[in-house]
Design a protein around this ligand. Structure first.
Ligand code: SAH
Length: 379
């Protein structure tokens, strides 16, 4: 063990946390404002360059603390401009972060856990099992890394939106996620409005209620099926929090606050949830909540039994929901050539659940030779 390991990582602290840190050092809380600006606005990690802080205090900081963002293992850029970073988060774990440029905005898709403990049957992260929750520093560090990288290579490109749609279930890592959200919103850091930050959940009802108590971010719910029977198959968490309870939580989330609507994500899987009747059931369900629907053509990954819906099925599905008056968009697949599409983020997970092993065994039993995680660089 080196001495660095025992130093506090100031990336882990939001402004109140930094205030408390300085207070514990016998310093004034406002020092936190300076540090937030240096770290997140100016991207500095060395105390030596923080020139509005006295030399003596800089030295004390260097003795007690460090600013350590996640390590960039690889960075790839797609033909369409999408960028993907593989970030080392210690103990043989790596997570992925994706930046998606569009004409009027830049969306950063971040991860909240190394792996995922939910077992959604159509998601590649699920095949990797679960290692651990990310720390605040590892979550906000993804924004830090992307912001720095853009600043140095494409200064005209900014992060205008952040979505928790990478690896992991954000509401199962509640405090670090909320603390990272605070930094995203902090005017001295990234200054994003709450509605530009989206927490996407597989439907953890108590987490939705807790989130409503402490932030005003946008909420996306991964639905994928309009009946419990179908949803149980795709999102096993539904057995614990069935659709009726989930919809009630969504209504509570919007209740009396300035959050216009919930985004429902619906991955279209060939022959599983893409029939005209599925669309009609979805229409009936979504009538009860102010919503917009995000249809995601399924992105295949090695070893999956599912297939993407045909163009015709996607169009038919969208037409039915649009004709019924819902707002519905089909998500464009971006970053296909670098495996950065939705549900394809794999990173590298030191699995503690043995799910990876079981999945590999299942793959090995299949007649065709396929590789697991072929998109992820070998570390
Ligand atoms: N756990 C959170 C966030 C991560 S998943 C959640 O469930 O919302 C982000 C989105 O990608 C979810 O809507 C998820 O259902 C979708 N997704 C996962 N695997 C996919 C795949 N193979 N193809 C298309 N979308 C997928």
């Amino acid at each position: 063990m080196n001495t660095i390991a025992s130093k506090s990582n100031l990336m882990d602290l939001d402004r109140p946390g930094l205030g408390a840190f300085f207070e514990a050092m016998g310093e004034k809380r406002y020092r936190a404002d300076q540090l937030v600006k240096w770290i997140h606005r100016h991207g500095r990690t060395d105390f030596g360059s923080m020139t509005d802080i006295s030399k003596a205090l800089r030295q004390r900081l260097a003795d007690a603390a460090q600013v350590e963002p996640p390590r960039v293992l690889t960075e790839k850029t797609s033909d369409d401009g999408t960028r993907k970073w593989l970030l080392g988060v210690g103990c043989n774990n790596a997570v992925e972060t994706v930046f998606i440029p569009e004409p009027n905005r830049g969306t950063l898709c971040i991860s909240s856990q190394a792996g995922c403990s939910l077992n959604c049957t159509f998601c590649s992260t699920a095949t990797q099992g679960f290692s651990r929750n990310l720390t605040t520093g590892e979550i906000i560090g993804q924004v830090w890394v992307a912001a720095q990288s853009l600043e140095h290579t494409q200064a005209d490109r900014k992060i205008t939106n952040v979505v928790f749609m990478g690896m992991g279930e954000p509401l199962m890592n509640f405090e670090p996620v909320v603390s990272a959200i605070e930094l995203m919103r902090d005017d001295l850091a990234y200054g994003l409005a709450g509605r530009r930050i989206t927490v996407s959940t597989a439907g953890l009802v108590p987490g939705i209620d807790r989130l409503r108590e402490c932030t005003d971010v946008s909420l996306a719910v991964s639905l994928h099926g309009a009946t419990d029977e179908l949803r149980n198959r795709l999102v096993p968490l539904n057995k614990k929090y069935p659709i009726k309870e989930l919809m009630a939580a969504c209504r509570r989330y919007l209740d009396g606050r300035n959050r216009a609507r919930i985004t429902f994500e619906y991955t279209l899987i060939d022959g599983v949830n893409d029939a005209a009747d599925d669309a009609r059931k979805l229409v009936r369900l979504l009538r009860s909540v102010p919503s917009k629907l995000n249809l995601i053509p399924f992105n295949p990954f090695p070893g999956t039994e599912f297939k993407r819906s045909s163009e015709a099925a996607i169009n038919r599905f969208q037409k039915i929901v649009l004709d019924a008056g819902l707002v519905a968009t089909v998500r464009k697949t971006r970053g296909d050539d670098i495996d950065a599409a939705c549900g394809q983020l794999v990173g590298q997970i030191a699995d503690r659940t043995r799910r990876q092993e079981r999945f590999r065994k299942r793959l090995a039993a299949q007649p065709l030779p396929v590789t697991v995680n072929s998109g992820a660089p070998v570390l």
